[in-house]
Design a protein around this ligand. Structure first.
Ligand code: 13P
Length: 277
């Protein structure tokens, strides 16, 4: 099938497509899905775009064994971690445990954690620190609900969440030593009203907030840091809307929910990102 090349100016940041599987996939299903995604993509796709899967905790060890055993060019990570490193925290998973499974990434502050598990900005900030302590790259999610968007408060809301989560961090912590495996953090703008609703933000909506987040990073940590931090969009991303979203010069990839459970659809999103890159 002919590919559509998106005429985005190159940013110097490697596109990142991360599949947040949420509470789907047993460890056996996870192996099948990961294999299918990787085998649907060319070496070049996987070289240009960084592709990451974020399975539930119970599938991480299986995905690790597959990825390392078959030397697959795909990354993986977790959807959450504890703010604590060890102790009597029944049900929790620490950053150290994720690092021991060679996870590269961990989602922090997803709106579902904020809304359904009462995670406030302080908890999110503590989890960002916990991830960094264990050399995991946090994928820090920010995003406004529908009311805030209707009141035009979205930029302020997202920048406030960003400020709170990054409070007290140094520019080096935020930037790492470069994109990808070099540490630092990734930011994901996920408007709550666009998650799982089929209602994707327009490319302009997404670019507006991602640009504002980058400006905020520049104000707080300097332009060199803001230039290398990758900012993703998430919320009803599908193959059909990926090119438009990724055309935004401040949008470096996508955090994909539902569409990441379909290997063909997810692979197509990754191919489009590779073409942008
Ligand atoms: P959907 O792509 O299903 O809207 O989910 C987005 C999301 O929450 C990714 O973290």
């Amino acid at each position: 099938m002919a590919r559509t090349r998106v005429t985005t100016p190159r940013t110097g940041r490697r596109p990142l497509i991360a599949g947040n599987w949420k509470m789907h996939m047993t460890h056996l299903e996870a192996i099948g899905l990961t294999q299918k995604v990787v085998f649907s993509l060319t070496e070049q796709d996987l070289d240009v775009a960084e592709v990451v899967v974020l399975p539930p905790f119970t599938a991480l060890r299986s995905v690790q064994t597959l990825v390392t055993g078959d030397k697959l060019a795909i990354g993986y990570g977790a959807q959450d971690l504890s703010m604590h490193d060890a102790g009597a925290y029944t049900g929790e998973i620490s950053g150290g445990m994720l690092a021991a499974l060679a996870c590269a990434y961990v989602v922090v502050g997803h709106s579902e954690r904020r809304a359904l598990h009462g995670e406030d900005d302080d908890v999110v900030a503590a989890k960002v620190r916990a991830a960094l302590r264990h050399d995991l790259v946090p994928i820090l999610c920010v995003g406004e609900g529908l009311e805030v968007r209707r009141d035009q408060g979205h930029v302020v809301h997202c920048c406030t969440q960003l400020d709170a989560a990054l409070e007290g961090l140094s520019a080096e912590q935020v930037r790492g030593t470069g994109a990808g495996a070099g540490g630092g953090l990734v930011i994901a703008y996920e408007p709550v009203w666009a998650i799982g609703t089929g209602e994707v933000a327009t490319p302009d909506d997404a670019q507006e907030v991602c640009a504002a987040l980058r400006s905020r990073l520049a104000e707080r940590f300097g332009p060199e840091t803001a230039e290398v931090v990758r900012i993703l969009y998430g919320g009803s991303v599908k193959a059909a809307n990926t090119a438009g979203i990724l055309a935004g010069p401040d949008i470096d990839g996508a955090l994909v929910g539902g569409a990441s459970l379909d290997a063909d659809e997810f692979a197509q999103i990754c191919r489009i990102a590779a073409d942008v890159g």
